[in-house]
Design a protein around this ligand. Structure first.
Ligand SMILES: Nc1ncnc2c1ncn2[C@@H]1O[C@H](COP(=O)(O)OP(=O)(O)OP(=O)(O)O)[C@@H](O)[C@H]1O
Length: 301
């Protein structure tokens, strides 16, 4: 199978520093994969190895099913750092110039402008674009060659909330259109929740978790709103064991499998407790991210 990205045991050492260690990364066709980790975790080094810009110390990289350097970069579109455009040309003119350089058909220009939602402003000068529009034009440029793999490195960096939301919508749209996207981000897990099919979290050069956002978040029990609370807590302790029951903010938190909800509800009601709400308790995504990267505080932006 020609996986867009597959690394096995990928390692890069700079002198005594291991920037990337034993990384097994797989990006599947048609998915939006979020490669996440705090600054210095090794994302850029990994990206450079994927693109053949840096030679791995150990391990292998296959890009679009072939070893790096087999000419497949023509099929990869990338938005890395701020894209360079001519300020006095319009968005459309800039793309026409790039298309000519890249040997992409001119008919792609209106198509990609439409994709990134810039068709209405395509005639405006680049210099007048907002940062968000500039970034989206960068994505449009990366799409000119109709790449099989699109790599976006920190595409929301420096964007305000509305620019970030636009970029998120764009990535989701690309994903829905069947584009394979590798998204690098040092932002919190929560921010990529809506756009990524799967995420890999890297910390200190190692992949510390991989899966869907739902997988990573997991469920850790049940949260129950019931009256009277004391009676509910007492009965719950009898049912599942005292060490599995906590009272937090006027609710019961039970460390039990969520599929025991129906049984628990029946038992509580039988004990004369009125159950108002009973639902799986999920971990907070930020918390998950910090646990994975082994930090207590939010300094990963
Ligand atoms: N050319 C280099 N020489 C020496 N050390 C390097 C080199 N490039 C990266 N490093 C080190 O490797 C580690 C990983 O850096 P890398 O840039 O890959 O992380 P990152 O996750 O991309 O971080 P950021 O989000 O800040 O870009 C860091 O400790 C960095 O200082």
């Amino acid at each position: 199978m020609n996986l867009p990205v597959q690394t096995v045991g990928l390692t890069k050492r700079y002198g005594g520093l291991t920037a990337v260690q034993d990384l097994d990364l797989t990006v599947r066709t048609g998915e939006v994969y979020g490669f996440l980790g705090p600054n210095g975790a090794g994302k850029t080094t990994t990206l450079r190895m994927l693109l053949g810009l840096v030679r791995p110390t150990a391990g292998t990289v296959r890009l679009l099913g072939r070893p790096v350097g087999a000419g497949q970069l023509a099929e990869v579109g990338a938005l890395i750092e701020g894209p360079a455009f001519y300020p006095y040309l319009s968005g459309r003119e800039n793309l026409r110039v790039l298309a000519r350089y890249a040997g992409a058909p001119a008919e792609r220009v209106p198509l990609v402008l439409d994709l990134v939602d810039l068709a209405g402003r395509a005639g405006d000068r680049y210099a007048g674009y907002s940062l968000g529009m500039k970034q989206r034009l960068g994505v449009a440029a990366a799409l000119l060659k109709d790449p099989r793999l699109l790599i976006l490195d920190e595409p929301t960096n420096g964007l305000d909330p509305s620019g970030t939301a636009d970029m998120r919508r764009l990535i989701r749209r690309l994903g829905a259109a069947g584009c394979t996207v590798l998204l690098l981000s040092s932002h919190l897990l929560g921010e990529v929740e809506q756009v990524c099919d799967r995420v890999g979290v890297v910390s200190q050069g190692r992949l510390v978790a991989e899966g869907s956002v739902a997988d990573l978040r997991g469920t850790v029990g049940l949260r129950v709103l019931a009256e009277p609370l004391d009676g509910a807590a007492e009965r719950a302790r009898e049912l599942v064991g005292a060490d599995r029951v906590r009272v937090v903010d006027g609710a019961l938190e039970l460390a039990v499998e969520p599929d025991r909800a129906a049984w628990l509800n029946t038992e509580l009601v039988r004990a004369g407790v009125a159950v108002r709400e009973l639902r799986p308790r999920e971990r907070d995504l930020e918390q998950v991210f910090f646990e994975l990267i082994g930090k207590e505080t939010a300094d990963v932006r």
